[in-house]
Design a protein. Sequence first.
Length: 365
Amino acid sequence: MRILVTGGIGLIGSACLDLFLKEGHEVISVDNNTRKALFGNDADNKLNSEESNFSKSEHLELIDADIRDQELMSKLVKKSNAIVHLAAQPSHPKSLEIPMEDFQINAFGTLQLLELTRQLNPEIPFAYMSTNKVYGDYPNYFNYKIIGKRYENTAMESFNEELPVDRCGHTPFGVSKLAADVYAQEYAINYGLKTATFRGGCLTGKNSRAVEMHGYLPYIIKCALTKKKYMIYGGGYRVRDQIHSYDVATCMYEFIKNPKPNNVGLYGQPYNLGGERKNSVSIFETIDAIKAKTGKELEYEEAPERESDHIWWISDMSKFKKDYPSWKITKDLDFIFNEIIGYYIKELKLEINLGNKDYFRELAK
């Protein structure tokens, strides 16, 4: 199989490239390193390809280009057997500064790719990386109470795909990703494309190239290790579930190997994608874990919440697991924290020893 991956040198893209090549496929990656242009040198995704095991593979074609290049993308779509569309302007705070560019990349870029697929190669599976920001701030309309060092939702254990996407506030990022999300569904309903949308939450791993506006967990860890003050928006009791880039890549792979329609024969299924309750952690719990694992105290300052930031988000992945029962989360919180901490210790040449490697596992006993 020849797989076209947009955003191929990013966090999820690099994990997909690595996985697909190991599984014996040919891969085409299209990425113009938008993160560096938007967020500076610390966000340079080219380091992911330079540090990878796949960069010299004869079965990989790395293309430095914009996904809005219609002539190029037409040629690539024609010769592909599957598409994993990850390329995006990824930051909802940044979208408030650049709403037009955000829409051009996220909504128009996706629509054009769907249309090219419809015209040139309509039988191939098309996996679209959406976001939980399509739900806007609707998750904040629930009641929460503080238990220990985290908020808990008093009504439910997690959020499924039935959560409304309208009658709530969105950033431009949430709007552009929702437009693309719905387009992917409609191209399945109206034209029969084999699409699926994956509404990701906190996708994480050492290849995040984290900056303040994007890449929460690696960025807070980096701040603690380098003694940089961290800004907590809206309080430290806020909860996110963390899913490792490898588990996201295997999720994409399960779908493109075997795209499944719903019970009335339609593709375009939306799936929530996250680490679920067992991989959920609050900001204050994160700070405690970093201290236990490194001995480093995070210096932080609290500020008012940002627009459409979720108070609490834990993904319900039962829908995807029902459709793909062999898939499972393989990287727990300790693995995720240990990997990111170890990466920064090595990259920044820090004289720090990784402490309690089983911190979360011991808490769960």
